[in-house]
Design a binder for this molecule. Structure first.
Ligand code: CP
Length: 340
């Protein structure tokens, strides 16, 4: 009897999404993704794009497809990324956890693969899970812009905060260097433990020479936070921190992430609230910042939030030019945006 050669099942290549893909160089996932040179480029690009004629600007990303994937609520980040993309001529689509197949249990990976198959060329992701942007970047190979991941990072917020600080100090973007913020002390005050804004700022500001003071009670600011990076110290006494600071960033207590931590809010207010008496006594010339959303009467009083030292509205304003620069970097490349 003739022996039969076993039939070989043809081996199909696994789909490309099976493999981890390299992180796209246009991604912005951590403040550590940026060298000082790149920070300067992004700031210069944000200036150029802000000044550009809107009709010319709308050609830069004409018909490019940008997806906004938001698993958490957002006002400032979502709106400013969307306005930035639209101002550059891109087509945008919003996928939020409510009203999408995420509600039916679709994973981040499958959502990313789906968006890519629909033609998305860049995904802006907000997620409650720290590290989610890395997973999406490795799954899709697309440039991923981190719009806030859990308690980890919010790099575009750190860039717009930096733009606000440099405007206050009258330092032009083309002069940004490792020494630009030498001699400048910046206090970040409040719920550091849960704040991705604090982490990204604490990573970025010392790159430009700033001294960063983290200030808050032990429950919201563990001693280990000083290890985020070089140039960071912890100060428990708010008034001591204020007296040293040119810039004060207030943070909201993130009630949605407290998970079992009990904070005495009256005690917190009495020790850490930015109110007009305290600011007038200890930091009468400091710039007062807050990434928002602010809780008036808790970490900051209305007269300080709306007062002459407040940069809160300017921070929001700076969100659009910074995010335009990040989108151009993601979809066109890291070269400086110049005249065309
Ligand atoms: N600063 C910030 O991330 O605000 P939103 O949550 O409104 O986007």
């Amino acid at each position: 009897m003739a022996t039969r050669t076993p039939t070989r099942v043809p081996q199909k290549s696994p789909p490309s999404s099976f493999f981890q893909q390299p992180i796209h160089p246009g991604s912005a996932i951590s403040a550590n993704d940026f060298s000082v040179h790149e920070i300067r480029r992004i700031l210069e690009s944000s200036d150029a794009l802000e000044k550009e004629n809107p009709f010319r600007r709308a050609d830069r990303l004409a018909r490019r497809r940008v997806a906004l994937l938001f698993y958490e609520s957002s006002t400032r980040t979502r709106t400013s990324f969307e306005l930035a993309a639209k101002g550059l001529g891109a087509d945008t689509t919003l996928v939020s956890s409510l009203s999408s197949s995420i509600e039916k249990g679709e994973s981040l990976k499958d959502t990313g693969i789906t968006l890519k198959a629909l033609g998305a060329e860049c995904i802006i992701l907000r997620s409650p899970y720290s590290g989610a942007p890395y997973l999406l970047a490795q799954t899709t190979g697309l440039p991923i812009l981190n719009a806030g991941d859990g308690m980890a990072e919010h790099p575009s917020q750190a860039l717009l905060d930096l733009r606000t600080i440099l405007q206050f100090l009258e330092i032009p973007a083309n002069k940004v260097s490792e020494k630009s913020l030498r001699g400048v002390t910046i206090s970040i005050v409040g719920d550091i433990l849960h704040s991705r804004v604090a982490r990204s700022n604490a990573l970025m500001l010392p790159k430009l020479g700033a001294k960063v003071i983290l200030c808050g009670p032990p429950a919201l600011l563990p001693e280990t936070a000083a290890a985020i990076g070089p140039g960071i110290i912890i100060e428990r006494d708010f008034e001591t921190a204020l007296r040293q600071s040119k810039i004060v960033m207030m943070l909201r207590i993130q009630a949605e992430r407290l998970s079992g931590l009990e904070i005495n809010l009256d005690d917190y207010r009495s020790r850490y609230q930015a109110n007009s008496d305290r600011i007038a006594a200890h930091a009468p010339k400091a710039l007062i910042m807050h990434p928002g959303p602010i809780i008036r009467g808790m970490e900051i009083t209305a007269d300080v939030a709306d007062g002459p030292q407040s940069a809160i509205a300017q921070q929001v304003h700076n969100g659009v030019p910074i995010r335009m620069a990040l989108l151009v970097r993601a979809l066109v490349g890291a070269k400086k945006v110049g005249r065309r």
